[in-house]
Design a protein around this ligand. Structure first.
Ligand SMILES: [Zn+2]
Length: 464
C-alpha cells in the first residue's frame, strides 16, 4: 500500500510547514514539496492541518465497575476514538486483589484482540503487591507494560496503603516504569461521604460536595514526596483542581520527574452541571468530580505554561439505565463519563481557537507528550520519516455540534453526550492508522482488529 497526502499544513510538537507526505506500508517514508512519486491513493489536504494521530493516555474500555461494565467495548470505543482523531489509546487492566497481575493482563489482551480499531497499549492497575512478589513488575515491563497505576482513592476496592505505594515505586524506579497515580485522599473522602449519607443527602450533586479539592491536593503532595524518596517517575492522572496543581508545580520546579494529566471535562465543564434538575447531574458523576470555574482557569494556565503535559479523556461511559442505579443514593452511581471521541475537536476549539494553546502545544498535549512519557516516541506522537503513518487530516473550517443525535460526532455506545450542544469549529476529516485510511470524510472505514497491541519501552529521560 502507498498513500500520498498532498499540500497539508503539517504540525508536530515543533514544526509547522506545508508539504507532501508519502507513506509506503505503515511508515512515513518521504516528506517534501511537490514530491514526484506515484501512489495508490492520493489525498489532497490543501487548506487542512495534518496532525500526528492522537494518543489518549487514559481510557477504560469494557471495564467492570461493581455490577456494571463501562458501555464501550474495544470495538465501539476505539471506533469512536478513530472518528475523533485518536489513533492510540492506553487502557488499564485491573488486578483483582490477591490475584496475579498477569491474569488481568491476559484478560485485557482478550478484550482487545480482534476488536480494536486503533492501536492500544496497557497500564497495569496494581491494588496489592505483598512483599516478595515485586518480580511480577519486572515481567510486566518485559511484556511491554512499563507503567503502573495506583490509587489513593476507593478504600473498598483499589486503594493501596503507603507501604505498597512505596514498595511499588521503589521497584518501578529500578525498572524504568512510570507510576501513575489517582491522587485523592479516599480515606477522608469516605468519611465525608458517610456523614453526608447519614444526613440523608442522596442527589448527584453530593458526589462533588463530598470530594473537596484539598483532598486531591493532599494526595498529590503525598505521592510526590513518596516518589521523590523512592526515585520513581510519577504521572498524576486526571488532575482537576488548583489545589492539585500546587504540589505538582513545586515538584517540577525542584527538578523532580513528575508529569500531570488533565481531561477535557475539567477544562470545559464545571460543577454547576450538578445543579441540573432531577437526576441529570448523574451524567457527570465521575472522579474527581467537576470543579469550579476558577479551577478550570488554573488548569488552562498550567497546560499553557507546561506544568501539565497531557490531556487524556478518562473515557468510562455508562448508559443512563446504569446511572439510574444511584437514583436513591449518589454513592451508587457508576463513576465515569464518555469523551474518547471528542478530545481533539474540543481541545482545538477551546484551546487553539482561543489562543490558549499554540498549534504545536496542541499536538504536544494531545499526542507527542504521552508518546514520550509512555515509551512510544518516535514511533507514535510525531510525523517524521520512519514514524508510523498515524495522521489526522483536520479541517479547521468544519463546524459540528456535538450531540448524541449527531451521527458524525457520536459513535460511542452510550445514550448521552457529556458535551451535548457544544459547537466546535474544526474537526477531523480523514484519519490514517499505520498507512491505512480508517476514517474518510468523518466515516469509519477501517475494520475491527486493525488496531495492534503496542509493547512499549521503559521510560527514558524526557524532560517535558
Ligand atoms: Zn480513569
Amino acid at each position: 500500500m502507498s498513500l500520498l497526502v498532498r499540500n497539508g499544513r503539517i504540525i508536530t510538537a515543533a514544526d509547522d510547514y506545508v508539504a507532501d507526505l508519502y507513506i509506503h506500508g505503515e511508515k512515513v517514508t518521504l516528506i517534501g514539496t511537490k514530491l514526484d512519486v506515484e501512489a495508490e491513493e492520493v489525498i489532497d489536504a490543501s487548506g487542512k492541518f495534518v496532525f500526528p494521530g492522537g494518543v489518549d493516555p487514559h481510557v477504560h474500555l469494557d471495564l467492570p465497575v461493581g455490577a456494571v461494565i463501562s458501555s464501550d467495548d474495544y470495538e465501539t470505543g476505539t471506533r469512536a476514538a478513530a472518528c475523533g482523531g485518536t489513533t492510540t489509546v492506553l487502557d488499564f487492566p485491573t488486578q483483582e486483589r490477591g490475584r496475579s497481575l498477569f491474569e488481568a493482563l491476559e484478560l485485557w489482551h482478550q478484550k482487545a484482540h480482534g476488536k480494536a480499531c486503533v492501536d492500544y497499549g496497557f497500564h497495569m492497575i496494581v491494588c496489592d503487591l505483598p512483599p516478595g512478589r515485586e518480580a511480577e513488575l519486572d515481567k510486566l515491563v518485559e511484556e511491554g507494560v512499563p507503567s503502573i497505576k495506583l490509587f489513593t482513592a476507593y478504600p473498598d476496592r483499589l486503594y493501596v496503603d503507603d507501604a505498597t505505594l512505596y514498595r511499588v515505586m521503589r521497584r518501578a524506579a529500578d525498572l524504568g516504569a512510570v507510576v501513575m497515580m489517582h491522587a485523592e485522599n479516599g480515606i477522608v473522602i469516605d468519611e465525608i461521604v458517610r456523614a453526608a449519607c447519614a444526613e440523608g443527602h442522596t442527589e448527584p450533586r453530593w458526589h462533588a460536595l463530598t470530594r473537596p479539592t484539598l483532598m486531591e491536593g493532599e494526595a498529590v503532595h503525598r505521592c510526590v514526596a513518596i516518589a521523590r524518596v523512592a526515585g520513581a517517575v510519577l504521572y498524576v492522572v486526571h488532575m482537576s483542581s488548583a489545589a492539585a496543581l500546587e504540589p505538582l508545580r513545586a515538584a517540577r520546579d525542584r527538578g523532580q520527574l513528575v508529569f500531570g494529566e488533565t481531561c477535557p471535562q475539567y477544562l470545559l465543564l464545571d460543577h454547576s452541571l450538578y445543579e441540573k434538575p432531577g437526576f441529570e447531574g448523574a451524567k457527570w458523576v465521575m472522579t474527581p468530580p467537576l470543579r469550579s470555574k476558577s479551577d478550570q482557569a488554573e488548569l488552562w494556565k498550567a497546560l499553557h505554561m507546561g506544568d501539565l503535559q497531557t490531556v487524556g479523556t478518562d473515557h468510562c461511559p455508562f448508559c443512563m439505565a446504569d446511572k439510574e442505579r444511584g437514583r436513591d443514593s449518589f454513592v451508587k452511581i457508576p463513576n465515569g463519563a464518555p469523551g474518547i471521541e471528542n478530545r481533539m475537536a474540543l481541545l482545538f476549539h477551546a484551546g487553539v481557537r482561543t489562543g490558549a494553546l499554540t498549534l504545536n502545544r496542541f499536538v504536544q498535549v494531545t499526542s507527542t507528550n504521552a508518546a514520550k512519557i509512555f515509551g512510544l516516541f518516535p514511533r507514535k506522537g510525531t510525523i517524521a520519516v520512519g514514524s508510523d503513518a498515524d495522521l489526522v487530516i483536520f479541517d479547521p473550517e468544519r463546524k459540528e455540534t456535538i450531540s448524541v443525535n449527531n451521527p458524525r460526532t457520536h459513535h460511542m455506545r452510550v445514550d448521552y453526550s457529556a458535551y451535548e450542544g457544544f459547537t466546535v469549529h474544526g474537526y477531523p476529516d480523514t484519519v490514517v492508522l499505520r498507512g491505512q485510511v480508517i476514517v474518510r470524510d468523518g466515516e469509519f472505514v477501517g475494520r475491527p482488529g486493525c488496531g495492534q497491541f503496542l509493547a512499549r519501552k521503559p521510560f527514558e529521560e524526557a524532560v517535558i
